[in-house]
Design a protein around this ligand. Structure first.
Ligand code: F6P
Length: 324
């Protein structure tokens, strides 16, 4: 392997820059050339490349977003698109690429690698933490901290006005952010895509805590919660059944995706970048770098894409106990 490309793909997440930096510097350390691809797979198809050296990634470890920009490329889903991308990589003399992204990005890498026998490595970058083969994805820890900080602020108003707040957090298909921030911020209830709590139980639980002396409550709701109601519909439902409740809604949205990465995400990114490049140099391909049980390890991309990252049942129980 003489030349490695690096790209970020799919939704951005804090820590992606630290991972780019790590890939670039590990290449420099091993005297392997490194090329950046801008705008994810779309940039690969359009030949948007830039040579990188150790100094190209100065002062980015602390920055959110991705200096390489990111995109969700529909063209890369087509054989013609992927062929163009392959031709550009060959023109540039690139032997392998590292893609930092989520499962959609890994599926693209896998198909590409099978079609052209091209070596690829994945680094999991998404705030959702919904990838099999790693206990933590890049950006997840930062997002958790952003959400908890926001809910702490909302709690001030909830307490001052005796209000019930529904706080919507990200996670279309995964409840990791909701569950962990719900426990971390002391939420009354947590609604996630993996479990249907049911509207009745939600009302019962709110009523129970009111009778036990609580005068305000926070309910954390994942975007894709199983009850299937938006936070605004939940507000209406509760108001209809309990006109005496003073209900408000906050949708945290994309503030969860931005901001300075936490130390945890920076260190994780640094470790993952080293492993990705060194694994390619060792001749490995088609893997995702993960972090499980305090170890950096590889999982075949196929498993990472097909496997399911389970919700932590033990934590669900902890959450139930905490709302007593
Ligand atoms: O996958 C990351 C994520 O932030 C999800 O939690 C969310 O559902 C989605 O991306 C939002 O995507 P977009 O930024 O394209 O609206």
């Amino acid at each position: 392997i003489k030349k490695i490309a690096v790209l970020t793909s799919g939704g951005d997440s804090p820590g992606m820059n630290a991972a780019i930096r790590s890939v670039v510097r590990t290449c420099a350390y091993h005297n392997v050339e490194c090329v950046a691809v801008y705008r994810g797979y779309q940039g690969m198809i359009e030949g948007d490349f830039k040579p990188m050296n150790a100094r190209s990634v100065n002062n980015i470890i602390n920055r959110g977003g991705t200096i390489l920009k990111s995109a969700r490329s529909n063209d890369f889903r087509t054989p013609e698109g992927r062929k163009k991308a392959y031709e550009h990589l060959k023109e540039q003399g690139i032997d392998a690429f590292v893609v930092i992204g989520g499962d959609g990005s890994f599926t693209g890498a896998m198909i590409f690698s099978e079609e052209f026998g091209f070596p690829v490595m994945g680094i999991p970058g998404t705030i959702d933490n919904d990838i099999y083969g790693t206990s933590f994805t890049l950006g997840y820890d930062t997002a958790l901290n952003t959400v908890v900080e926001a809910i702490d602020k909302i709690r001030d108003t909830a307490i001052s006005h005796n209000r019930l707040f529904f706080v919507e957090v990200m996670g279309r298909d995964a409840g990791h952010i909701a569950l962990n921030t719900g426990v971390g911020a002391g939420a009354e209830e947590i609604l996630i895509p993996e479990e249907n709590l049911g509207l009745e139980r939600l009302l019962e639980s709110l009523e129970r805590s009111r009778l036990s002396g609580k005068s305000s409550s926070i309910v954390v709701v994942a975007e894709g919660d199983k009850i299937g109601k938006s936070v605004f519909e939940l507000k209406e439902y509760v108001e209809q059944n309990h006109p005496d409740y003073d209900v408000r809604v906050t949708v945290l949205g994309h503030i969860q995706r931005g901001g300075r990465p936490t130390c945890f995400d920076r260190v994780l990114a640094s470790r993952m970048g080293v492993k990705a490049v060194e694994s390619l140099i060792e001749g490995k391909s088609n893997y995702m770098v993960g972090f499980t049980e305090d170890k950096i390890m590889l999982t075949p991309l196929e498993k990472a894409v097909k496997g399911k990252s389970e919700i932590d049942r033990e934590l669900l129980r902890v959450s139930d106990i905490m709302t007593t």
